[in-house]
Design a protein around this ligand. Structure first.
Ligand SMILES: CC(C)(COP(=O)(O)OP(=O)(O)OC[C@H]1O[C@@H](n2cnc3c(N)ncnc32)[C@H](O)[C@@H]1OP(=O)(O)O)[C@@H](O)C(=O)NCCC(=O)NCCS
Length: 185
């Protein structure tokens, strides 16, 4: 999966020149409100993330892609398939989009592309999303794609002094394929 082009968004690998936009994304308090760590305050935090990602990334366990618009190919977000477990046929998905680009359906398209890749190319059976129940936009996004709300995990996260619950969503390949078939002409 080098580049995946959707109707409007492109998913591509990270480049070193993505660093300023990647830092901007993770230092925006609106984007980071329900994230699993606090908003970054220093560019070195983005650098450290890049270095550790490059050093320790196992392509069989993690797939990180930039969300860009083809017109200028600049990073406007990121989508990650992580905790990939090929033996068990499952993975978790995470995503973030720059707040300047919210509300256009770009995130949904990016997540759709990764899900299709995960089911059709990697052969996974199940994808999970761990979402703060107050994160209405994220809950709506996955529900629209057919994820099922499977349970509430109380006080699962402790971020920036706040204890946060998780709603665990799950999507099965067979439900995804049935949904695709139903929308085919
Ligand atoms: C989650 C996120 C990617 C969604 O981006 P987006 O641009 O709003 O996504 P979409 O345009 O595809 O829209 C998602 C749906 O949520 C709805 N939505 C957006 N903001 C909402 C809000 N505050 N309350 C309720 N629904 C909302 C949209 O209307 C849309 O539904 P619709 O198509 O029925 O209108 C974006 O809000 C984000 O990056 N948030 C910060 C990072 C984050 O929390 N990531 C998820 C971690 S689990």
């Amino acid at each position: 999966m080098t580049v995946l082009d959707g109707l409007r968004v492109r998913l591509r690998a990270f480049r070193d020149d993505d660093l300023p936009q990647f830092f901007a994304l993770h230092s925006d308090p609106r984007v980071m409100r329900y994230w699993s760590f606090a908003a970054w305050t220093d560019l070195s935090q983005a650098q450290a993330y890049f270095e550790s990602a490059k050093a320790g990334r196992d392509p069989d366990r993690m797939l990180c892609r930039v969300i860009a618009l083809p017109a200028d190919d600049r990073l406007i977000g990121a989508v990650t398939l992580y905790a990939i477990n090929r033996e068990q046929g499952r993975a978790e998905i995470g995503y973030a989009l720059s707040s300047a680009h919210w509300g256009h359906g770009y995130a949904r398209e990016a997540v759709q592309l990764v899900i299709t890749h995960a089911f059709d190319v990697l052969g996974l059976r199940r994808i999970e999303a761990d979402i703060d129940p107050r994160n209405a936009a994220s809950c709506r996004l996955v529900e629209q794609l057919g994820f099922v709300r499977e349970g509430l995990l109380r006080e699962r996260w402790h971020v920036a002094g706040e204890l946060c619950d998780t709603v665990l969503y799950g999507l099965l390949a067979r439900d995804w394929r049935a949904g695709e078939a139903a929308t085919r002409p």
